[in-house]
Design a protein around this ligand. Structure first.
Ligand code: NAP
Length: 272
């Protein structure tokens, strides 16, 4: 598995997203994914499935140190004491002594960023997280975070797929040695019948989803597709035996614009 190196972290290029996966389905998919070769699982406190992610991890028989586990702290827990307590709760649910990556799930302008980052760095120092990072941060917020955080930030996890241009965020992350981790990497399934991706895939014997994920990892981006279907687990990881040409990469990149964003909330920052 290709690894994305970022400020000391080695993040497997493909991970399993688990948003909306619940209960036994979640545990079973995590177990199957790890048995199929996945080595990176993405969860969050707010997904309410950390317990099941931990169960799937143990059921898979894959050694703990061989799996990269990410979880995220929700924005209502950004006051320093809350952040530490909330991180302990996540570890208790996962039944892990530490996660590989702990992220601030969204920016929260109501709590000073410096305080929250101080607490996040402290949690890392306590050994509860091997690496720390952010999610849904814009270029301005990345700059502010890097300046304020006493520890290096490993990544910004943001929405990224062929319909959304993320050049500015990618460049900001590269400047600071941070990885981009792409959420909604198959545009929530919308790429399935895309003519450009299907056509490029035909030349390589691959599906549109595989072309889309290959386009991301070929930019040194880690992608965390979610599926509730066992057969798609294999499809989404079977992308390391072909390469897109410069021309194919360019054609896919040209599909992106600022209008392609799928996830937006009232509390979202002003996007780049
Ligand atoms: N940091 C954040 O704020 C944030 C926000 C959103 C998501 N995330 C993370 O990123 C992960 C992925 O994002 P996402 O769940 O929004 O979207 P996604 O992974 O782009 O899309 C998931 C959807 O695509 C379908 N799909 C998956 N593989 C496919 C394939 N090979 N062909 C066709 N359809 C396919 C799935 O359907 P089936 O289940 O039917 O296969 C599902 O409906 C989440 O699970 C979560 O871990 C983070």
């Amino acid at each position: 598995m290709q690894l994305i190196e970022a400020n000391g972290a080695k993040i497997p290029a493909i991970g399993l997203g688990t948003w909306e996966l619940r209960g036994r389905t979640c545990a079973r998919l995590v177990e199957q994914a790890l048995k199929l070769g996945y080595r990176h699982i993405d969860t969050a406190q707010v997904y309410e499935n950390e317990r099941e992610v931990g169960e799937g991890l143990r059921a898979s028989g894959v050694r703990r140190n061989d799996v990269f586990v990410t979880t995220k702290v929700w924005t209502t827990h950004f006051a320093p004491n809350d952040l530490e307590r909330s991180s302990k709760e996540s570890l208790a649910k996962l039944r892990l002594s530490e996660v590989d990556l702990l992220l601030l799930h969204w920016p929260n302008p109501h709590v000073p960023l410096q305080e929250t980052l101080g607490a996040l760095a402290h949690v890392k120092k306590l050994g509860m997280a091997r690496h720390i990072g952010v999610s849904n941060f814009t270029v301005a917020l990345i700059e502010e975070a890097v300046a304020a955080c006493p520890e290096p930030l490993a990544c910004d996890q943001v929405e990224y797929h062929p319909y959304l241009d993320q050049t500015k965020v990618r460049e900001a992350c590269a400047r600071h040695g941070m990885a981009v981790v792409a959420y909604s990497p198959v545009a929530k399934g919308r790429i399935k019948g895309d003519q450009t991706l299907v056509q490029i895939g035909q030349a390589h014997g691959k599906t549109a989803a595989q072309v889309c994920l290959r386009w991301l990892v070929q930019q040194n981006v880690s992608a965390i597709p979610r599926t509730s279907k066992i057969e798609r687990l294999s499809e989404n990881i079977d992308i390391f035996d072909f390469e897109l040409s410069d021309d194919e990469m360019h054609r896919i990149s040209q599909m992106g614009s600022a209008k392609g964003r799928l996830t937006n909330f009232g509390f979202a920052p002003k996007w780049d």
